[in-house]
Each structure stands twice: as C-alpha cells, then as structure tokens.
Design a protein around this ligand. Structure first.
Ligand SMILES: CC(C)(COP(=O)(O)OP(=O)(O)OC[C@H]1O[C@@H](n2cnc3c(N)ncnc32)[C@H](O)[C@@H]1OP(=O)(O)O)[C@@H](O)C(=O)NCCC(=O)NCCS
Length: 154
C-alpha cells in the first residue's frame, strides 16, 4: 500500500495520466471515463479545480475534479487507483478540496445508487442525501439512479 506523499493541483501536462487513471477506475462503473482531451478542456475552465494525489514513488494514484462558483461547489469526479484503495487517499483529496471553500459554500455531487464505496466515502465526509435522479446513468446496458449528496461548509 503506497502512502500519499502529496496532494497538489494537477498541471495540464498530467491530462494524459489522468485519463488513463480515470479509464481504469471507471471501467466497471456506469460513468463514462473522460479522455485526455476532456480533461484538458475541464482544466482550462477557470472555475474548475483539479487535484492529484501522488503515491510514494511520485506516481499519480488519485484525482479529484471540482467546480466552484456562486457560493456553490460541485465534485465532478474523484477516483483512486485500485492498487492503493482504502488508504485514505480519496478522503484526503476531498478534504483538500473542501478546506479551500469559504464557509457557507454548498457542495453537491452525484453518485450511482449501487456505488457503495463512494456512498460510504461521502457519508463519512459529512455529505447528506438531498435528492435522487432516476436513470441518471444511462450509458451502459442498464440504467442506474443517482443519489445527490450535499454538504455545507461551516
Ligand atoms: C470511491 C473511491 C474514490 C474511494 O477511494 P479510497 O481512496 O479507497 O477511499 P478512502 O480510503 O479515502 O476511504 C475513505 C472512506 O470511504 C469509505 N470507503 C472507501 N472504500 C470503501 C469500500 N470499498 N467499501 C466501503 N467503504 C468504503 C470508508 O468509509 C472509508 O473510511 P475507512 O477506510 O476509515 O473505513 C474509490 O473506490 C474509487 O476510485 N472508486 C471508483 C471511482 C468512483 O466510484 N468514484 C466516485 C464516483 S461518484
């Protein structure tokens, strides 16, 4: 299990590695993995924040993309390499993102109802369910509902 040595803003040059990690992490999930082109477009938007976690060898082992604006934030994606899961890396990425938000900011995210690992992660980070989107993930063989989670910074 690799220890996290650093969580830092991801540079544009990391877009290819982020796409590879995203592809591995979402291979069995209903969300569509993002291409390197999609990452570059997302990273160019001034309201988006992209963080990456580096493992002990300096390798990227996790990422978080969030949007911030108008008193609200949105977790657009978060994932951690299967090889280093359950080591606190996703929580560290979330804490790093949330700790930069002003008090009163409401953060939102969507998660598939059957993604128990992510649901447990968000609930352990004080997110609460505020709604559902039926058939939100419809790209695969079956349609999956999304739960909307929210958290307000104190
Ligand atoms: C969800 C995901 C990001 C969690 O990453 P991680 O680095 O393993 O998570 P952490 O080690 O920080 O776990 C923090 C908490 O989340 C919960 N959790 C994480 N993985 C879990 C699992 N497999 N089963 C149950 N709870 C889990 C636990 O509460 C855990 O705290 P604990 O270890 O003290 O019990 C990772 O499994 C992943 O990349 N999944 C695929 C992509 C994905 O689903 N992204 C979210 C889409 S909305």
């Amino acid at each position: 299990m690799a220890a996290v040595i650093e969580i830092e803003p991801a540079p544009m040059e990391a877009a290819g590695h982020m796409a590879s990690l995203h592809d591995i992490c979402f291979a069995t999930l209903p969300e569509t993995p993002w291409s390197a082109h999609a990452f570059r477009a997302i990273m160019r938007a001034p309201t988006n924040r992209t963080l990456m976690a580096r493992g002990s060898g300096g390798k990227m082992v996790g990422l978080l993309v969030g949007g911030v604006g108008g008193g609200e934030a949105e977790i657009l994606s978060i994932c951690v390499s299967p090889a280093v899961r359950r080591a606190g890396i996703a929580r560290a990425l979330l804490v790093a993102f949330l700790s930069d938000l002003p008090p009163g900011t409401r953060s939102l995210l969507e998660v598939a109802v059957d993604n128990l690992a992510a649901i447990s992660l968000y609930e352990s980070c004080d997110f609460s369910e505020v709604g559902r989107r039926p058939n939100y993930y419809a790209g695969g063989k079956t349609k999956v509902d999304a739960i909307i989670y929210a958290r307000i910074e104190q």
